[in-house]
Design a protein around this ligand. Structure first.
Ligand code: PGA
Length: 250
């Protein structure tokens, strides 16, 4: 049985004060969530605060990005070892906003996956098609290409050390969620695709859905056979909504 995983992706939101209040709320309500793993991915600068507040709690934390490089003259970058200094367990790689706004290619994303894994972090690899790609009927090709970049660099077995998040770009931050059936179809495709190379890895790897998942639609999405959890943006900024999703995953 795959353990359910709910990861909050705060993106570039919050302040020291609002994050403290959010984490107080999550910590108060998380007691009943015993089966699902819960993670928050914070802006880098708040990671020391997040570590201080969550240490000893059942909630893990992580970052939203990392450098492909280990150290050196890379102004503004943050390395895997820096994230480990603050006991991050997870790091998101290849989020569609990084791909589209910061030009991260499949090759860069694959390198980030590799660097995170080598450091002992759990990379959350985001894949997903744009609306235009869906309308052209090439969703599966796009997702397969994004996955293949990691498999080519690292081998299929490496996927088991990470988590995959299927995030249709048209559903991110738009309030337009993929229907449970639409999401399940792509999740099942991803798992079949991995199974073609390695059935054990396919059975083991957690595949999260992301894109306007919220307190109202989470249960139906999470009830799908191949949806193992969620990557939550907007709804992860409200403790009660995030906790409702965590309980649904539980
Ligand atoms: P959203 O974002 O839940 O606000 O749509 C999800 C994500 O981008 O990870």
């Amino acid at each position: 049985m795959r353990r359910p995983l709910v990861a909050g992706n705060w993106k570039m939101n919050g302040s020291r004060a609002s994050i403290k209040a959010l984490l107080d709320g999550i910590k108060q309500g998380i007691g009943a969530v015993t089966r699902a793993e819960v993670v928050v991915c914070a802006p880098y600068i708040y990671l020391p605060d997040v570590e201080a507040q969550l240490s000893g709690s059942p909630v893990a934390w992580g970052a939203q990005n990392l450098s492909t490089e280990a150290s050196g003259a890379y102004t503004g970058e943050i390395s895997a070892s820096m994230l480990l200094d603050f006991h991050c367990r997870y790091v998101i790689v290849g989020h569609s906003e990084r791909r589209s706004l910061y030009g991260e290619t499949d090759a860069v994303v694959a390198k980030k996956f590799a660097v995170a894994r080598a450091a002992g972090l759990v990379p959350i690899l985001c894949v997903g098609e744009t609306l235009a790609e869906r309308e052209q009927g090439i969703t599966e090709q796009v997702v397969a290409r994004q996955l293949q970049a990691v498999i080519d660099l690292e081998g299929v077995a490496a996927l088991a050390a990470g988590v995959i998040a299927y995030e249709p770009v048209w559903a991110i931050g738009t309030g337009k969620t993929a229907s449970p059936e639409q999401a399940q179809e792509v999740h099942a495709f991803i798992r079949r695709r991995i199974a073609a190379s390695d059935a054990a890895v396919a059975e083991k790897v957690q595949i999260l859905y992301g894109g306007s998942m919220n307190a109202a639609n989470a249960a139906a999405l999470l009830a799908q056979a191949d949806i193992d959890g969620g990557l939550i943006g907007g709804a992860s900024l409200k403790a009660e909504d995030f906790l409702t999703i965590c309980r649904a995953a539980n």
